[in-house]
Design a protein around this ligand. Structure first.
Ligand SMILES: [Zn+2]
Length: 401
């Protein structure tokens, strides 16, 4: 294979999560056992240091009908609201009307905050079902994949362009980045929100590795891509969403002053050696230990006749369930809020999904697959916890810095 940024062929396998089904392919009963499995391997580029998957599941398979809804959790919606406020403040946007384009705009949860303050908004979303929901909610959304061709068909420049969580999905990485370069106003800001690999590895949040995420960035590796398009990061900050989400502000080369905090993150990155191959090899070793610990816990539960329900059926949960080889002998069902997953089964593990508000029984243990919403979950379940129900978090993020 060739590196997706620099085209080098000098790549090495660093983390092998086995063969896994496409993690967003929740199954109907009649489809059980018929799903396809693909290699889920993280490769390290010895030339540019980018971590990336070896195998690409076609984007038309993954993103034309996905079921991820960003509006469903309060934490995420609040996270987006905060980003909106930060942008408004930092760039003095009160003076005059601004425009923003959101790439991978999902159900419009991010854009709605900008609409509220009077900005001109436009979303691009590849999922037909989800773009219909967005348009119904009054968020103008084009149902297409973003690339240079689409960019050149839009007849205007934008003050802000946002890509949250899509910047690692990209099969058409270079065409996408060219499209952004083309549409960004001269003094515009391109906001990229991405899983920060340094944090992901430190937190062992390996379930963020799945076929939809082809690319795993740190600041230095993202900059290597941006270099090719005369774009540069001038500011950034880290949030705890998804086990470590970096918000970066990017501009055309030389148009903005780089901030102190950006240099400080860059320095920490250098000191941590998070762009070295050994960093990823250590990660792989730690995952083996994490797997042993989790399996031991679940097997002990089974031995002691303690019922275990999964809390949440997030897409990333499937990476975890399949890498740990968990099936319904260990976790009886997954409780989920997202109606689009009602009565379906998790791919690979085949654990049935039940709507959270329809489940009458309370298990002895909740195995929390949506561990990244720990605070929200602990807060909402105080009564249960006090009555002795255990909430087990398979992954426990440390401090993100
Ligand atoms: Zn490379």
């Amino acid at each position: 294979m060739e590196c997706r940024i620099c085209s080098s062929k000098n790549l090495d396998l660093v983390v092998n999560l086995g063969r896994q089904p496409w993690c967003n392919n929740f199954l109907k009963k009649s489809q059980l056992g018929k799903e396809k499995f693909y290699p889920l391997k993280l490769m390290y580029c010895n030339n540019c240091s980018l971590a990336q998957l070896s195998y690409t599941v076609k984007k038309e398979i993954m993103f034309s009908d996905h079921t991820y809804l960003s509006g469903i959790t309060k934490t995420l919606s609040n996270h987006f609201k905060k980003i909106c406020n930060n942008i408004n403040k930092q760039f003095n946007c009160d003076k005059g009307k601004k425009s923003i384009l959101d790439l991978g705009s999902n159900d419009g949860t991010f854009l709605k905050h900008f609409k509220k303050i009077g900005w001109e908004i436009l979303g691009i979303e590849s999922s037909k079902r989800i773009s219909i929901i967005a348009n119904k909610n009054g968020i103008k959304t084009i149902n297409k994949f973003f690339n240079y061709e689409l960019a050149s068909s839009l007849k205007k420049k934008f003050d802000f362009i946002n890509a949250s969580g899509v910047f690692f999905h990209l099969e058409e990485l270079h065409s996408f980045t060219r499209g952004v370069k083309y549409l960004l106003a001269n003094d515009g800001v391109f906001i990229v929100q991405f899983l920060y690999m340094k944090s992901i590895v430190n937190n062992l949040a390996f379930d963020q590795i799945y076929h939809e995420h082809l690319l795993y960035y740190n600041l230095s590796t993202l900059q290597k891509l941006l270099d090719m398009y005369d774009l540069e990061i001038f500011d950034c900050y880290l949030t705890s969403v998804h086990g470590g989400q970096m918000i970066t502000y990017i501009s055309h080369l030389g148009t903005k002053t780089k901030t102190k905090r950006f240099f400080s993150y860059l320095k920490k990155e250098k000191n941590s050696k998070c762009n070295s191959k050994s960093f990823y090899l250590d990660f792989a070793k730690n995952l083996v230990k994490l797997k042993e610990k989790n399996i031991k816990f679940l097997k002990d539960c089974r031995k002691n006749d303690r019922t275990v329900f999964g809390m949440g059926a997030p897409v990333k949960g499937n990476t975890l369930l399949n890498y740990f080889n968990i099936n319904k002998n260990l976790i009886q069902k997954l409780l989920e809020k997202n109606q689009l997953r009602k009565n379906l089964y998790a791919p690979g593990s085949h654990i049935p999904i039940v709507m959270e508000n329809e489940e009458k029984n309370i298990p002895d243990v909740y195995y929390v697959l949506a561990w990244n919403f720990k605070k929200e979950i602990l807060k909402n379940n105080k009564k249960l916890i006090n009555s002795g129900v255990k909430f087990f978090f398979p992954i426990n993020p440390k401090n993100n810095q």
